[in-house]
Write a protein of this length. Structure first.
Length: 183
C-alpha cells in the first residue's frame, strides 16, 4: 500500500532532521542578508530544488538568479553563490565554485558530503544527513539514490526562507504581492 511507503519516507525525513545540527545556519542567514546578488545552482533534482529556493528568495525581495538561465547577469565580489549537491563532487558545480572564489564571492554548499571537493572550497557548508546518489558508505534511505537528500534540501531551504521572512518582518501578504501574476 502506498500509504505505508509514504510513512517510511516521512519517518526518514524526521530522523534526518533530528540529526540536523544547524552549525552554520546563522552564517548562512547573515551571508544572504549581506549579499548583493544571489546565484543558486545544482544538478539534476537538486538543481530543481535550488530553483525553488531562488523563487522564494525573489519573493522575499532578493536579487536571485539561477545559473544557466537566460536572465542571469554578471556576478562580482560581494555576491553569493549557493550550491546544492549531495555528493559535492559534480564537476560543473566545482567549476562554478572555483569561478565564484576567483571573483571574491561568498560561497555556501548544501551537501551530505562535508569532505567533498566543493565543501573544501566553500566558505560555509550546510550538512544534511542523507545518502548521496552513489554514496555506498552511508546507505540510510529506503528511497532510491539521492531522494532523501533532495527532500531535506527543500525543507532546509524552506526553513531558511521562513527564518529570513521573520527577521525581515515580511508577512505572507507581502510575498503574495511579489508572486507571478501572469498565471
Amino acid at each position: 500500500m502506498l500509504k505505508e511507503d509514504l510513512g517510511l519516507i516521512v519517518k526518514e525525513i524526521e530522523e534526518a532532521l533530528n540529526e540536523y545540527d544547524g552549525q552554520n545556519d546563522t552564517e548562512i542567514i547573515k551571508s544572504i542578508l549581506s549579499s548583493g546578488k544571489i546565484f543558486v545552482t545544482g544538478a539534476g533534482r537538486s538543481g530543481y530544488i535550488m530553483r525553488c529556493f531562488a523563487m522564494r528568495l525573489i519573493h522575499l525581495g532578493f536579487s536571485a538568479y539561477v545559473i544557466g538561465d537566460t536572465e542571469m547577469i554578471a556576478a562580482k565580489e560581494g555576491d553569493l553563490l549557493m550550491i546544492g549537491s549531495g555528493s559535492g563532487e559534480t564537476k560543473t558545480l566545482q567549476v562554478y565554485m572555483d569561478q565564484a572564489r576567483k571573483l571574491g564571492m561568498k560561497t555556501i554548499l548544501f551537501t551530505c558530503n562535508e569532505d567533498s571537493t566543493i565543501a573544501r572550497s566553500a566558505k560555509f557548508v550546510c550538512t544534511i544527513n542523507a545518502q548521496a546518489k552513489f554514496q555506498n558508505k552511508k546507505l540510510v534511505s529506503v528511497q532510491p539514490m539521492g531522494s532523501l537528500f533532495e527532500q531535506l534540501l527543500l525543507i532546509v531551504t524552506d526553513g531558511i526562507i521562513l527564518k529570513l521572512a521573520k527577521q525581515m518582518k515580511i508577512d505572507f501578504e507581502q510575498l503574495k504581492n511579489r508572486h507571478s501574476n501572469l498565471e
